[in-house]
Design a protein around this ligand. Structure first.
Ligand code: PGA
Length: 252
């Protein structure tokens, strides 16, 4: 059975004093949680704080974006090697907010994914459809295009030590979670699509669900056969809520 992963996405939230309390609470709260991987993806300026607070604990940390190039004249950008310097285990790529507000294409996201992986960081590839796309019945086409861009650029092997997060855009920050059955159907589609290239990689692939996951709906989602954990936005900013979601991963 695949091990569950619960990853927080703080988005553009945080402040030193408040982070310190949250990270301390996660450090101590996860000490008694076994068989679930827990992580937090924090804004770049707080990576050092996350590293200091979480080193030696069960909680891993990471970033929410990365540049596709190693280095160079790219003012304002952060490379994967820099994230490695701060001990990042994970980096989110292709979050729907990046795709929508910064016009990131699936090809660019695939480049970022591969840059992270080459630096030894586990990329978390976000995919998902908007409400309009779901209503048009093209959810699978959208998710396939987002996934295939990576497979075309990096080969299916790129998914060997990686995470995919299915996040329907209409469920993010809206309080409207996909039902466990809706999420499972897309997760199964993703796994089958990967399996059409390589069955072993598909079986081992960690596929997270994200979009209004809370302590009171996590267990039902995580109990589905192709849901391997969650990418948690709002609820990752509240220690008790996030820890409860991590514990839901133990029971499923
Ligand atoms: P949410 O965000 O849990 O607040 O819906 C999820 C995400 O955007 O990763």
């Amino acid at each position: 059975m695949r091990r569950k992963l619960v990853a927080g996405n703080w988005k553009m939230h945080g402040a030193f004093a408040q982070n310190a309390m949250l990270l301390d609470a996660l450090r101590s709260g996860t000490a008694s949680i076994s068989n679930v991987d827990c992580a937090v993806c924090v804004p770049f300026p707080y990576l050092f704080q996350a590293q200091q607070k979480l080193s030696g604990s069960a909680v891993r940390w990471g970033a929410q974006d990365v540049h596709q190039m190693d280095k160079g004249a790219y003012t304002g950008e952060v490379s994967a090697a820099m994230l490695r310097d701060f001990g990042c285990s994970y980096v989110i790529v292709g979050h729907s907010e990046r795709r929508a507000y910064y016009a990131e294409s699936s090809h660019l996201v695939a480049e970022k994914f591969l840059a992270a992986q080459q630096a030894g960081i586990i990329p978390v590839l976000c995919v998902g459809e908007t409400l309009e796309q779901r209503e048009k019945g093209i959810t699978e086409d959208i998710v396939a295009e987002q996934l295939d861009a990576l497979i075309q650029l990096g080969g299916v092997q790129a998914l060997r030590n990686a995470v995919v997060a299915y996040e329907p855009v209409w469920a993010i920050g809206t309080g409207k979670t996909a039902t466990a059955a809706q999420a499972q159907a897309v997760h199964k589609f993703i796994r089958q699509r990967v399996a059409s290239h390589d069955g072993q990689i598909a079986t081992g692939l960690c596929i997270l669900y994200g979009g209004s996951v809370k302590a009171n709906n996590a267990a039902e989602l995580f109990a589905m056969p192709d849901i391997d954990g969650g990418l948690i936005g709002g609820a990752s900013l509240v220690a008790d809520e996030f820890l409860a979601i991590c514990r839901a991963g133990v029971r499923t």
